[in-house]
Design a protein around this ligand. Structure first.
Ligand SMILES: [Zn+2]
Length: 114
């Protein structure tokens, strides 16, 4: 799976990292579409889960990926997301802070819950 961080042809939700396209865009307070986020993450100008942290988001998305793709190993899903989701705008508004996430090791999402 190729992940393009700044591709212009393909948009990713800046919260959960899944592809966004017409029909699943988030919505602003005035009801207009917000192309930065998907509708599951951002509705009416607010995050649907304002208190979720980046680790919880990784776990949530990893679970969704494994549900859709039972052959996918938990470590692979989580490892991919650890290298992607923390770089998204919601979690990393300042690109200089990216180093904060480099210490993360690959691990299954259950490890986070211990
Ligand atoms: Zn989203």
């Amino acid at each position: 799976m190729q992940v393009e961080f700044e591709g212009e042809n393909m948009g990713f939700c800046n919260s959960c990292g899944r592809p966004v396209y017409k029909g699943n865009f988030g919505t602003n307070e005035d009801g207009s579409e917000n192309e930065d986020y998907c509708k599951d993450c951002f509705q009416n100008g607010e995050f649907t889960e304002p208190d979720i942290n980046v680790n919880e988001m990784i776990i949530k998305v990893a679970k969704q990926m494994i549900e859709k793709n039972p052959m996918l190993r938990e470590e692979d899903a989580t490892g991919l997301l650890i290298n992607f989701i923390p770089h998204l705008k919601r979690w990393c508004p300042d690109p200089d802070e990216e180093e904060l996430f480099e210490e993360e090791e690959q691990m299954g999402y259950r490890t986070y819950m211990q």
